[in-house]
Design a protein around this ligand. Structure first.
Ligand SMILES: [Zn+2]
Length: 287
């Protein structure tokens, strides 16, 4: 596996890029004068170790806590190795309490996939990340919140807000405002992605985007891709808003959505747009 290094995003923000091979999400360090906050714990002890080594190399110290963006395995399994106080939404804590009771052997994962309580994609990625050494210790959050939490790192203020959405109802974003910097950085976790079964529901997407639009950010970090500029984010959220409107108008019918998309945009949907359209169709029929 090619190891990703820590990259600098702004004066205060460093991030480790995602790795598709075993679904490792972005990890980040938000560095104030007094304290450093870590965003997400990684998908394993080895992923978390990479972050700790990279931080040591850059002489980033004063590690204060790790904030979890949501409860999915790839964002939380590294928390025990980080060995920092864990801050998470109350729902994230409740989900982790349930996950802590589970076994992660191949057999247990296969059984949960069969009974429908685990997604095949996640089970496959866990097997790939851990091979046979499943040293999975779920660390439970030390501090929880239900709506919003402000963390002052010294010259850098973080707002941690629960936003929910289709992907995971506990989804939380972190907005970083740095002294002397006009725009902020918004860590989105996976909140803009569909649920793991491939569903977008119109109301949940609209509610989510309304919350995200309140932030004045010039840099947006989705956990499984490289950071986006404000324009790239607006393009993405604009597509989702357009598809919400078309899905309602076409009453969730695929062929009508495709027709209406082509009429409004002036060209047929590409691969990314098609994938999103299918998620809206799935979400509509699942209503
Ligand atoms: Zn996720």
């Amino acid at each position: 596996m090619k190891e990703k290094k820590l990259e600098r995003l702004t004066d205060a923000v460093y991030f480790m890029p995602p790795e598709e091979e075993t679904d490792r999400p972005v990890l980040a360090a938000i560095c104030g004068r007094e304290r450093t906050l870590i965003m997400d714990a990684g998908n394993s002890a080895s992923h978390a170790s990479l972050l700790l080594e990279a931080l040591a190399e850059r002489q980033i110290t004063k590690l204060h806590a790790v904030v979890l963006t949501h409860c999915h395995w790839d964002h939380v399994f590294g928390a025990d190795r980080l060995n920092l106080p864990v801050i998470a939404h109350l729902q994230t804590k409740q989900a982790l309490e349930n996950m802590a009771k589970l076994s992660w052997t191949d057999e247990a994962l296969d059984e949960r996939v069969r009974e429908g309580s685990e997604f095949l994609f996640c089970a496959d990625m866990i097997k790939k990340e851990f091979a046979h050494n499943r040293d999975i210790l779920i660390r439970l959050p030390d501090q929880t919140f239900t709506d919003k939490l402000d963390i002052d790192l010294g010259g850098v203020r973080c707002t941690v807000e629960h936003v929910g959405g289709d992907h995971s109802s506990d989804s939380t974003v972190i907005y970083v405002a740095e002294e002397g910097r006009a725009g902020g950085v918004l860590f989105l976790g996976d909140c803009m992605y569909p649920d793991l079964g491939g569903k977008y529901t119109v109301q949940a997407v609209l509610d989510l985007l309304e919350k995200l639009d309140r932030y004045d950010a010039d840099c947006y970090v989705l956990s499984h891709e490289m950071p986006l500029s404000r324009n790239e984010y607006l393009e993405y959220s604009g597509l989702l808003k357009l598809l919400c409107s078309i899905t309602v108008e076409a009453e969730g019918e695929l062929h009508r959505i495709l027709q209406e998309y082509t009429r409004r945009v002036g060209k047929e949907p590409g691969e990314i747009e098609l994938e999103a359209i299918h998620c809206f169709v799935n979400g509509w029929t699942a209503k």
